[in-house]
Design a protein around this ligand. Structure first.
Ligand code: ADP
Ligand code: MG
Length: 1078
C-alpha cells in the first residue's frame, strides 16, 4: 500500500475535480464524466461549493473508519478530499463555535443513500463531540433509536432493500460546550397501506419478518404465532427473504437497541404483542350469509384466529366480532346500526390493521423521544437531520407517492430558496456584478398541490367532506375542472376538453410534472386514504381492550370522549406538518447532501449515465455550479474578514483604525492578490476562487505560527523575568530575615557575656566595699566595746557601794514573775474538756501556787457550768429546776431518790386526752393537768390497795376511778398540809389534809406510786406557786395518818426478801399499819 500522504488541500491528488466549481469546461457531460470518474475511483463524494453530492456505491467502502473521523476532525472544509464527514464537521463546528443552529438536508431518490448519509452524519458527530459516561449514554441512545425505527418503519421496495417508509426529522440538541444533551424525533406519514398489501417484489415492514425469524419458540408460542411466513395473508410471499439480510440477527439487534434506548421489558413485549395482533388480523376471513331482508351479511369464517387475537389483546371476542359485522353511525343523538357486507368487513379489518400499526409506530417515536429528550433546561443548540422518503416513481403511484413527492417538492423549493435565490439576491444586494442564471423554480408545482383554494390537496379535502356520493372518479372530475389549465397538471379529460383526448394517458389517472419528472397517479384510493376512516365500533372495541398499550392507542374509542367532528384528513395533516418543518428549517443554517443513485439495480460499480443525468437535471445541480462559478466561491463580511487576516499586513496589524472595508482593501493590495480574484460588495468581500482563499488561509496559518512563536517568546521572557524577580525578592527577604536572626543571636551572646563580666566586677567591688565596711564596723564596735568596758569599769568602780542591797530582791521578783508566766502559759495548753462532769484537772507544779491552782479550778468549773447552762432552752431549764428542787428536797434524805435522778419527769403518764374512756373525766377538768398517773390507794382498813387515777391540776388534787374515770374525790391544794414518806426505798406516801376542811372528812390519803419523788416534787412546787406556802414534807419511818376520827401510825420496817422487791403493807392493829420494805 502506498504511503499515505498528508493532505493539506482538496487539490492534492485530486481525481477529476473535487469541487465542481473548478470544472473546466462546465457542461452536463463534463459534470457527469467527472462524477463517473470519481465514482470509478471510489470517490463517491464531490462538492459544489459547500454542497456535498453523494453517489451511492452500493457496497461498503473503507472511508468511514475511526482514523478517517480523526482525519476530518477540526480540519478546514476544503483541506481534504470531499467527504460527508467534512460537511458534518463544518456543521458541528459552526454550531459549537459560532452558536448557529444547523440543519442537514439530505435529498435524493429512494435508494440514493439518504438514510445511510444521515446515519453517517450522526455517527461522525457522536464521535467528535464531548466524552464522558453521561454523554456517551445520550449518544448511544440517539444512535440506537435508528435500528428500532428502521425495523418498524422500513421495508424492502423494488428500489431499496431498506427503504424508509416514513419521513424522519431528528433534532440533536447540544449544550454550549457542544456535548449532546438529547434529541427530538419527528415522524411524517408512515406508508401504512403497506401493512395490508405490498406491491409485487416488495415486502411488508421488516419487523414482521424479524419477529417470525428471530423470536424464540417460547416467544412465538406466547404471541400465538407460527414461524412460517406463508401462514400470514399480510406477508407477500414472492420476496419474503432478502439477499444479504439476516432477519433473525436483526431481530436481536432491535431488541437490544430497544433496551439501550430505555424500553422496559414489558413495554417491548407489549409492542410485539401488537405486531402479532396485526399479523393475525390479516388471517381473519369473512363469508357472506344471506339475511331475511335479502342483503348479504358478512360472517367470520374461522373464529379461531379471532379468539387468539382476543386472548392476546384482552378484547372481548363478541365485541370485536360485532364490530366486524356492524357499523354504528351516530348522528345527532341517533344511533343507526347497519350490517357490513363482506367487502366492507375486509375494509374494516384492513383499516384496523393499518391504524393499529401506524399508531403503534407513532407511539414508538414518542416513547423514544421520552427516553432521549434533553434532561436540562439550559439553552440548547440544535442540529437537525432530515431524512425524508425520496422522490418516487413507481408503476402504480397512489396517494402515498403523491404525498411523498409533494414533500420532496417542498424540499427542493427550500433548497432553491435558500441557495440559488439567496445567492443571486445577495449579489444584487451587495451590488456585485451578476449575470442572471435561469433556474427552474418549482414553486408553481408546490402551489398546484398545496394551494388552499384550488390546490389538489384542497380539492381532495373538499370532495371528502362533500355530502352525497363521493368516489375517486368524482374527485378526478373536479381536478379536471379546476386544474385543467395548469402547466404541470395533465389528465386524459383535461387535455380532451382543450384539444384532443390524450391517449397516452389511461383513464382514472392524472399526471403531475414534478421537478424531478412526470408522475402518473392512479386516482383509485385517494378519497379513502385521505379520509383514513376507522369505524367507530372498531376504535371503541380497541379502547375496551385489556391490553394497556392498545387501549392507549385508541383514545377516541372512549365513549366518554365521543367527538362527532371529523378528524383532519391525512392530506391536510401532512400539509400542516410539512409547513411546520419548512418553517423550522428556515430558521437554521442549511447544509446540503444531495444523494444520487447510480443505477436501478442496487448494484455496485454500475454507473448508469442516463439515470444520473436525469437526477442531476432535476436536482438542478448544474445550475447550482453555475451560480457558484458565475459568482464567487467565498464571501465574508468585512469585519470578520479583516479580523481573520489582519495579521498578514503591517498596516492592519495589530489594529486598523479606519473602516473595515478600507482595511481589507489595504490588506489585499499589500498581499498582491490579483484584482480579478476578488470584488468588493457593500458589506462583504467576494473571493472568486477557493484557491485564493486557501492562499490567504495558508498565509494566515504561517503568520499565526510566527505570531504564536512571538507570543510564546514574550510570554516565556515575561514568565522567566517574573520568576526571577520573585526569586530575587524572596532571596532578599530570606537574607534580611537571616541577618536579623544572626545579629540577634550575636547581640544576645554579647549581652550575656557583658552581664557575666559586669556581675563579676560588681561582686568584686561589692565584696571589697563590704570588707571595708565590715572592717570599719568592727573598728567602731571595738571602740564602743572598749568604751563600754571602760565606762562600765568606771561606773562599777563608782557605784560598787550601792549594788549588793537591792540585787537579791530584784532577782527574786524576776524569778517569781518568770515562773508565774510560765505556769499560766503551760495551763493554757493543759485545759481539761468543757464537760461539767469532767473531774480532771492538771496537777499543781509548785506548792506556792496551791491556792491559785484551786481557785483557777473553781473558776474554770463555774465558767464551764455557765457555758453549759447557757445552751438550755426554757423548757429544759424548767425540767432541771424541777430536778434541782427534787434534789434539794430528797437528796440524802430518802433512799428512793438516787433511782429517780435518771428518770425524766413526765407528769402526764396517763394520756387522758387520747383515751376515749376518760372523755367525761377530761371534760370535767378545765385546768391544766400537771400530773396524771395511776397510783395505788392503800386501804387503811386492811392495807390492801386499789388503783386510782391521781390528777394534779394548778389548784386541785383529784382522784378518779381507773376503770370508769369517775371522780372519787377532789381536794383543793390549800387544804393539803403535809406529805409524809419513809426514808427508805419505797413509794408509799401520805397526803395530810387540813383539819376541818371539807376534804378532810374522809381522812388523809395513803398511796404508793412508782414516781413518788416526781409527784412529791411537783406537788410541792405547785403548792408553792399557788399558795405561796412551802408544803411540809416529812421524811420519817413512822408517821401518823388521820383516819376519820382515829389516827393510825404507819411504820416502815426492814422486811424479808421473800415477797420479792415489792414492799408489803399489813394492818397490825387498830393503830398500826406496818410496811415491810425489802
Ligand atoms: N455510503 C454508502 N456506502 C455503502 N452503501 C451505501 C451507502 N449509501 C447507501 N448505501 C446502500 O444503499 C442502500 C440504500 O440506501 P438508503 O440510505 O436506505 O437510501 P434512501 O434512504 O435514500 O432510500 C443501503 O441499504 C446501502 O446498502
Ligand atoms: Mg431512507
Amino acid at each position: 500500500m502506498a504511503k499515505m500522504e498528508v493532505k493539506t488541500s482538496l487539490l492534492d491528488n485530486m481525481i477529476g475535480v473535487g469541487d465542481m466549481v473548478l470544472l473546466e469546461p462546465l457542461n452536463e457531460e463534463s459534470f457527469i464524466n467527472n462524477l463517473k470518474k470519481r465514482f470509478d475511483h471510489n470517490e463517491i463524494y464531490t462538492y459544489i461549493g459547500s454542497v456535498v453530492v453523494s453517489v451511492n456505491p452500493y457496497r461498503s467502502l473503507p472511508i468511514y473508519s475511526p482514523e478517517k473521523v480523526e482525519d476530518y476532525r477540526n480540519r478546514n472544509f476544503y483541506e481534504l478530499s470531499p467527504h460527508i464527514f467534512a460537511l458534518s464537521d463544518e456543521a458541528y463546528r459552526s454550531l459549537r463555535d459560532q452558536d448557529k443552529d444547523q440543519c442537514i438536508l439530505i435529498t435524493g431518490e429512494s435508494g440514493a443513500g439518504k438514510t445511510e448519509a444521515s446515519k453517517l452524519v450522526m455517527s461522525y458527530v457522536a464521535a467528535v463531540c464531548g466524552k464522558g459516561a453521561e454523554v456517551n449514554q445520550v449518544k448511544e441512545q440517539l444512535l440506537q433509536s435508528n435500528p428500532v425505527l428502521e425495523a418498524f418503519g422500513n421495508a424492502k421496495t423494488v428500489r431499496n432493500d431498506n427503504s424508509s417508509r416514513f419521513g424522519k426529522y431528528m433534532d440533536i440538541e447540544f449544550d454550549f460546550k457542544g456535548d449532546p444533551l438529547g434529541g427530538v424525533i419527528s415522524n411524517y406519514l408512515l406508508e401504512k397501506s403497506r401493512v395490508v398489501k405490498q406491491p409485487r417484489g416488495e415486502r411488508n415492514f421488516h419487523v414482521f419478518y424479524q419477529l417470525l425469524s428471530g423470536a424464540s419458540e417460547e416467544l412465538l408460542n406466547k404471541l400465538k404465532l407460527e414461524r412460517d411466513f406463508s401462514r400470514y395473508n399480510y406477508l407477500s410471499l414472492d420476496s419474503a427473504r432478502v439477499n444479504g439480510v439476516d432477519d433473525a440477527a436483526n431481530f436481536r439487534t432491535v431488541r437490544n437497541a430497544m433496551q439501550i434506548v430505555g424500553f422496559m421489558d414489558h413495554e417491548a413485549e407489549s409492542v410485539l404483542e401488537v405486531v402479532a395482533a396485526v399479523l393475525k388480523l390479516g388471517n381473519i376471513e369473512f363469508k357472506p350469509e344471506s339475511r331475511v331482508n335479502g342483503l348479504d351479511e358478512s360472517k367470520i369464517k374461522d373464529k379461531n384466529e379471532l379468539k387468539e387475537i382476543c386472548e392476546l389483546t384482552g378484547i372481548d371476542q363478541s365485541v370485536l366480532e360485532r364490530a366486524f359485522s356492524f357499523r354504528t353511525v351516530e348522528a345527532k343523538q341517533e344511533k343507526v346500526s347497519t350490517t357490513l357486507n363482506v367487502a366492507q368487513a375486509y375494509y374494516a379489518r384492513d383499516a384496523l390493521a393499518k391504524n393499529l400499526y401506524s399508531r403503534l409506530f407513532s407511539w414508538l417515536v414518542n416513547r423514544i423521544n421520552e427516553s432521549i429528550k434533553a434532561q436540562t433546561k439550559v439553552r440548547k443548540k440544535v442540529m437537525g437531520v432530515l431524512d425524508i422518503y425520496g422522490f418516487e416513481i413507481f408503476e402504480d403511484n397512489s396517494f402515498e407517492q403523491f404525498i411523498i413527492n409533494y414533500c420532496n417538492e417542498k424540499l427542493q423549493q427550500i433548497f432553491i430558496e435558500l441557495t440559488l435565490k439567496e445567492e443571486q439576491e445577495e449579489y444584487i444586494r451587495e451590488d456585485i456584478e451578476w449575470t442572471h442564471i435561469d433556474y427552474f423554480n418549482n414553486a408553481i408545482i408546490c402551489d398546484l398541490i398545496e394551494n388552499n383554494t384550488n390546490g389538489i390537496l384542497a380539492m381532495l379535502d373538499e370532495e371528502c367532506l362533500r355530502p352525497g356520493t363521493v368516489t375517486d372518479e368524482t374527485f378526478l372530475e373536479k381536478l379536471n375542472q379546476v386544474c385543467a389549465t395548469h402547466q404541470h397538471f395533465e389528465s386524459r379529460m383535461s387535455k380532451c376538453s382543450r384539444f384532443l383526448n390524450d391517449t397516452s394517458l389511461p383513464h382514472s389517472c392524472f399526471r403531475i410534472q414534478h421537478y424531478a419528472g412526470k408522475v402518473l397517479y392512479q386516482v383509485e384510493g385517494f378519497v379513502d386514504k385521505n379520509n383514513d376512516l376507522l369505524y367507530r365500533d372498531l376504535s371503541q372495541a380497541m379502547w375496551k381492550a385489556g391490553h394497556t398499550l392498545i387501549k392507549s392507542l385508541f383514545p377516541e374509542g372512549n365513549p366518554a370522549k365521543i367527538n362527532l367532528k371529523r378528524p383532519p384528513t391525512a392530506g391536510s395533516q401532512f400539509k400542516a406538518s410539512v409547513a411546520t418543518l419548512m418553517k423550522n428549517l428556515q430558521t437554521k443554517n442549511p447544509n446540503y447532501i444531495r444523494c444520487i443513485k447510480p443505477n436501478d439495480k442496487k448494484a455496485a460499480h454500475i454507473f448508469n449515465e442516463a439515470l444520473v443525468c436525469h437526477q442531476i437535471r432535476y436536482l438542478g445541480l448544474l445550475e447550482n455550479v453555475r451560480v457558484r462559478r458565475a459568482g464567487y466561491a467565498f464571501r465574508q463580511a468585512y469585519e470578520p474578514c479583516l479580523e481573520r487576516y489582519k495579521m498578514l499586513c503591517k498596516q492592519t496589524w495589530p489594529h486598523w483604525k479606519g473602516p473595515a472595508r478600507a482595511g481589507v482593501e489595504v490588506l489585499f493590495n499589500e498581499l498582491e492578490i490579483p484584482m480579478e480574484e476578488y470584488s468588493f460588495g457593500r458589506s462583504k468581500i467576494f473571493i472568486r476562487n477557493p484557491r485564493t482563499l486557501f492562499k490567504l488561509e495558508d498565509l494566515r496559518k504561517q503568520r499565526l505560527e510566527d505570531l504564536a512563536t512571538l507570543i510564546q517568546k514574550i510570554y516565556r521572557g515575561w514568565k522567566c523575568r517574573t520568576h526571577f524577580l520573585l526569586m530575587r525578592k524572596s532571596q532578599i527577604v530570606i537574607a534580611a530575615w537571616y541577618r536579623r536572626y544572626a545579629q540577634q543571636k550575636r547581640y544576645q551572646q554579647i549581652k550575656s557575656s557583658a552581664l557575666v563580666i559586669q556581675s563579676y566586677i560588681r561582686g568584686w567591688k561589692a565584696r571589697k566595699i563590704l570588707r571595708e565596711l565590715k572592717h570599719q564596723k568592727r573598728c567602731e564596735e571595738a571602740a564602743t566595746t572598749i568604751a563600754a568596758y571602760w565606762h562600765g569599769t568606771q561606773v562599777r568602780r563608782e557605784y560598787r557601794k550601792f549594788f549588793r542591797a537591792n540585787a537579791g530582791k530584784k532577782i527574786y521578783e524576776f524569778t517569781i514573775q518568770r515562773i508565774v508566766q510560765k505556769y499560766f502559759l503551760e495551763m493554757k495548753t493543759k485545759m481539761p474538756s468543757l464537760s461539767p462532769i469532767d473531774k480532771n484537772w492538771p496537777s499543781r507544779p509548785y506548792l506556792f501556787l496551791d491556792s491559785t491552782h484551786k481557785e483557777l479550778k473553781r473558776i474554770f468549773h463555774l465558767w464551764r457550768c455557765k457555758k453549759y447552762r447557757d445552751q438550755f432552752t426554757d423548757q429544759k431549764k424548767l425540767i432541771y429546776e424541777e430536778k434541782l428542787e427534787a434534789s434539794e428536797l430528797f437528796k440524802d434524805k430518802k433512799a428512793l431518790y438516787p433511782s429517780s435522778v435518771g428518770q425524766p419527769f413526765q407528769g402526764a403518764y396517763l394520756e387522758i386526752n387520747k383515751n376515749p374512756k376518760y372523755k367525761k373525766l377530761k371534760d370535767a377538768i378545765e385546768e391544766k393537768i400537771i400530773i396524771a398517773e395511776v397510783v395505788n390507794k392503800i386501804n387503811r382498813a386492811n392495807g390492801k390497795s386499789t388503783s386510782r387515777i391521781f390528777l394534779l391540776t394548778n389548784n386541785n388534787l383529784l382522784l378518779a376511778d381507773q376503770k370508769s374515770g369517775q371522780i372519787k374525790s377532789e381536794v383543793p391544794l390549800v387544804d393539803v398540809t403535809k406529805v409524809s414518806m419513809s426514808s427508805q426505798n419505797d413509794g408509799f406516801f401520805a397526803i395530810h389534809l387540813k383539819e376541818g376542811s371539807e376534804a378532810a372528812s374522809k381522812g388523809d390519803f395513803l398511796f404508793s406510786s412508782d414516781h413518788l419523788i416526781e409527784m412529791a416534787t411537783k406537788l410541792y412546787r405547785t403548792t408553792l406557786s399557788q399558795t405561796k406556802q412551802k408544803l411540809n414534807i416529812e421524811i420519817s419511818d413512822e408517821f401518823l395518818v388521820q383516819f376519820r376520827q382515829d389516827k393510825v401510825c404507819v411504820k416502815f420496817i426492814q422486811g424479808s426478801q421473800k415477797n420479792g422487791s415489792v414492799p408489803t403493807c399489813k394492818r397490825k392493829n387498830n393503830r398500826l399499819l406496818e410496811v415491810a420494805v425489802p
